[in-house]
Design a protein around this ligand. Structure first.
Ligand code: F6P
Ligand code: MN
Length: 328
């Protein structure tokens, strides 16, 4: 196969109108930021792990910010040139960061997903969702509504994984493509992510079991019962603790990821964030033939109410996700 650069792929797959050009430029800007983040991570061991240290602030999630969270957020903001972005929404920013008054797009980002894994030489990533700006007035309360569109309105979404490879899974609305960073450039991989209809792996943080709702408890019990249970197949368990890494595996092998609601304080609506974690992943998942739900409603149909809103997130192979939904 002739190697195709991401820039070339975008030229073929995105309309060359004003919004399309803005979209292409935004994705290429994010790639530039991802190279800075990947390099910082590669060198994290020299002279000593510094990127996982707490740097003080509690971010919008109530998690304390680590050095790499801040570095990633800054690298992304500084990467934006000719991208026509009206506003940037980030896990690391309390509110909208207004950028270009005539910007055509808004972007919602989790700059560094899986930050508990930073110092452990495990995969982490950057997740992004790009939407068309609808507001006419360049003021925070108007721009805010642009980020609160249902996920089905996304123009593009994707995530970078910083692991053994620096890689990207991307959708611009017609299928999903994968890229790998090679000699400074993102090159398309032959692999077209497509989620098999059924899998035999589940990913969930089992340590929360005692807090789960009945459907989540029943579902995992059915998986554990294997060939003797209602699903009549044996499951294996994988849990990376980085959404991006667990998602990557599901794009390759199928299976199901669950971060359901639970009875802990602040977790009754799940843990993950709707506009910069669940929506971009759900868009990719649906484009790859899988399914994403909060248990009751498809993720992409939810009308967000707040920029840091949490949501239960269950996604993966269609049949597996249907099985989960049937317990609701
Ligand atoms: O961004 C949130 C996140 O780090 C995800 O990447 C991951 O799936 C999840 O939290 C793990 O959460 P916990 O370890 O708190 O269950
Ligand atoms: Mn995250």
């Amino acid at each position: 196969m002739v190697s195709v650069s991401l820039a070339h792929y975008l030229q073929k797959s995105v309309e060359p109108n004003q919004t399309g050009i803005a979209l292409t430029n935004t994705i290429l800007c994010l790639c530039n930021a991802s190279k800075i983040i990947a390099k910082a991570l590669c060198e994290n061991g020299l002279p000593d792990n510094q990127l996982g240290i707490h740097v003080g602030d509690i971010n919008s999630d109530g998690d304390s910010q680590k050095a790499l969270d801040v570095l990633a957020d800054k690298a992304i903001i500084s990467s934006f040139t000719n991208a026509s972005i009206a506003a940037y929404f980030s896990e690391e920013q309390e509110t909208a960061l207004l950028l270009e008054p005539d910007g055509k797009l808004v972007i919602c980002v989790d700059p560094l997903d899986g930050s508990s894994n930073i110092d452990n030489n495990l995969s982490v990533g950057t997740i992004f969702s790009i939407l068309a700006r609808k507001s006419k007035i360049f003021e925070p309360e108007y721009i805010m509504s642009d980020a609160l569109q249902p996920g089905e309105n996304q123009l593009a979404s994707g995530f970078f994984v910083y692991g053994p490879q620096t890689s990207l899974i991307l959708t611009t609305g017609s299928g999903v493509a994968s890229f790998i960073l090679k000699q400074g450039e993102f090159i398309q991989m032959e692999w077209e992510p497509s989620i098999p209809n059924a899998g035999n792996q589940f990913a969930i943080n089992m340590s929360n079991m005692r807090y789960w709702s009945q459907p989540a408890t029943d579902y995992i019990q059915a998986c554990l019962d294997g060939v003797d249970g209602p699903f009549a197949k044996n499951y294996n368990m994988r849990w990376c603790g980085s959404l991006v890494a667990d998602a990557w595996r599901i794009f390759r092998q199928g299976g199901i990821f669950l971060y359901p609601e639970d009875s802990r304080e602040n977790y009754h609506v799940g843990r993950l964030r709707l506009i910069y974690e669940a929506n971009p992943v759900a868009f990719l998942v649906e484009q790859a033939g899988g399914r994403a739900t909060d248990g009751n409603v498809e993720i992409l149909k939810i009308e967000p109410k707040a920029i840091h809103q949490r949501v239960p997130l269950i996604f993966g192979s269609k049949d597996d996700v249907f099985n989960y939904e049937s317990l609701y």
